[in-house]
Ligand binder design. Structure first.
Ligand SMILES: [Zn+2]
Length: 525
């Protein structure tokens, strides 16, 4: 087995890309998670950028024990010394210096000639080595650098004591064959390279970042630089989860070992999304919402019989929720029956046929059906459920003074229930009111608000999904008042759950008459 080092640059290359900025507390949280995930080296930032960046790297350097902490520097004294200061508390630090070596960058970005570049590389490597036993050198834009000059530049860094040589495809221009050949050439022609760790750093401008990184392994690289969810400059960096799972699933072709705890991949991806507010594209490999979803009937039938028919890895192996069978017009009778059984509605024979016909008609719009839609369809063939709650009043106040407050009045079976609550915003406050009346709190797992016409007086459509007892129910409502629409959407989702679960009785909240209601409302904050 060959040991492969995973170098994560989510907090440097990733964090510097638009929309992914994090404050130092968020960076520290992600750094802890990355260490638990088992990355070998964590590139924590670019300390010379600002005093805050320096402090951010220092925070992480102080915290991490099992992952090494790297900091990035241009080939200047100022940058290298900033790195050294930021890495002082690290158990093991690494200074990562870079200088462009392509003629394009030398002429148009740095305005220097090749000999000057070599001189800078020599001086900077020497200086960095004075501060750190571990120094990584990257000839930026390596893949567009004249090969002879790349060999020369690498040789200088090796001679001056660099320990890691990273050959970046800075602009995502290379192809797997080319990238592999570059590593082979450097290995064959640079004296002393056998003592170095060779590293790949690929960008995804042509969607080849992961393929190129894997090709680099064949060419002799033993460190891959990558990011969670593949975030990074422009189209991003090679994605950690794709590389690690490619090695995992295709171990026969890539006999490499990493320290990555694969079951933490999905939670780490989710944490990054939560911290930055940027979601993952649904069809993203390994961590996307649909990565383990099957809709086609043939596929569903196969997966239900044996998951291996259409799954090359299990969702559990990356810590993702279990396989989702998305029910749509391609789904067969078998999948519908299986899902209903899972939901607690075993059906068969003519009932199943009836439900399946109704299901197909419901799918005619082309949309996928959620679990609660399916339950509704199944319930239509059963006695009607208890009358659900209806909204008779929603009043919320919100603004710059926190917290928001709300009062909600619901009716059920001739009774009136009232609740008041505080909340982190008016939607939270009205949902808390509803929870306290129904006695069955729901967790909102998806909330979307969309204007359904033009203008600032447009009606808003609220679609939300809630999780109750590990089942998802959806609700939707339209109205000019988005808080009131949110309350109705939320209640409709909760009602679906209650209708499907007749054993859940109304809580013991006192129903109020008009007189009592005044005092009840008055007594609550
Ligand atoms: Zn990069």
């Amino acid at each position: 087995m060959n040991r492969l080092l995973i170098f994560d640059t989510t907090l440097r290359d990733g964090e510097q890309s638009p929309g992914y900025g994090m404050d130092s507390e968020q960076k520290l949280r992600l750094a802890r998670q990355l260490e638990a995930l088992g990355i070998d080296v964590l590139e924590a930032g670019f300390p010379a950028a600002s005093p805050e960046d320096l402090a951010g790297v220092r925070n992480i350097a102080r915290e991490l024990k099992s992952s090494q902490v790297a900091a990035l520097a241009r080939c200047t004294e100022y940058d290298i010394e900033a790195c050294a200061r930021s890495l002082e508390p690290a158990v093991r630090g690494r200074i990562h210096i870079f200088l462009s070596t392509s003629d394009l960058h030398l002429a148009h970005k740095l305005g220097i000639d090749r000999p000057t570049a070599l001189d800078k590389i020599a001086k900077s490597t020497r200086l960095a080595r004075r501060y750190s036993a571990d120094v990584e050198f990257s000839p930026e834009d390596a893949t567009r650098t004249d090969l002879d000059f790349l060999i020369q530049a690498t040789q200088v860094a090796v001679d001056e004591g660099a320990t890691v040589i990273n050959l970046p495809d800075t602009v995502g221009y290379s192809t797997p064959g080319e990238y592999r050949a570059m590593f082979e050439a450097v290995r064959a022609r640079v004296a002393g390279i056998e003592r170095m760790t060779l590293s790949a750093h690929c960008h995804n401008d042509l969607g080849l970042a992961v393929a190129n990184s894997l090709a680099a392994l064949e060419g002799g690289a033993r460190q891959i630089e990558c990011t969670i969810n593949g975030i990074g400059e422009r189209a991003g960096n090679a994605s950690l989860e794709e590389i690690v799972m490619a090695l995992h699933v295709r171990g026969g072709i890539y006999p490499f070992e990493t320290r990555i705890q694969t079951h933490l991949i999905y939670p780490t991806s989710q944490l990054l999304s939560a911290l930055t507010g940027v979601g993952v594209q649904p069809n993203k490999a390994v961590v996307g919402r649909n990565a383990f979803a099957h809709e086609s009937g043939v596929h569903q039938h196969g997966v239900l019989k044996d998951r291996r028919t259409y799954e090359i890895m299990t969702p559990e192996s990356v810590g993702a929720p279990p396989t989702r069978l998305v029910l749509g017009r391609h789904s067969g009778r078998h999948a519908v029956a299986a899902r209903l059984t899972e939901l607690g509605y075993p059906v068969s024979g003519t009932t199943l046929n009836l439900i399946y016909d109704r299901f197909l008609r419901a799918c005619e719009s082309g949309a996928s059906l959620s679990d609660d839609d399916l339950i509704q369809i199944a319930l239509d063939n059963r006695p009607p459920p208890d009358p659900p709650y209806t909204v008779s009043l929603v009043q919320a106040s919100a603004g710059t003074v926190r917290p928001a407050t709300a009062t909600v009045r619901l009716n059920r079976e001739g009774q009136t229930y009232v609740a008041c609550a505080l909340g982190d915003g008016p939607v939270d406050a009205v949902c808390t009111c509803i929870d306290s009346i129904t006695g069955h709190p729901a967790r909102v797992v998806g909330y979307e608000l969309r204007a359904i016409s033009e203008g600032r007086d447009a009606e808003g459509e609220v679609s939300l999904r809630v999780l109750i007892d590990e089942r998802v129910f959806s609700g939707r409502a339209v109205g000019p008042d988005i808080v009131e629409a949110s309350a109705r959407a939320y209640l409709s989702a909760v009602n679906k759950c209650l209708a499907a679960r007749p054993e859940i009785k109304p809580p013991q909240v006192p129903a109020v008459n008009n007189a009592a209601r005044e005092s009840f409302v008055g007594a609550q904050p």
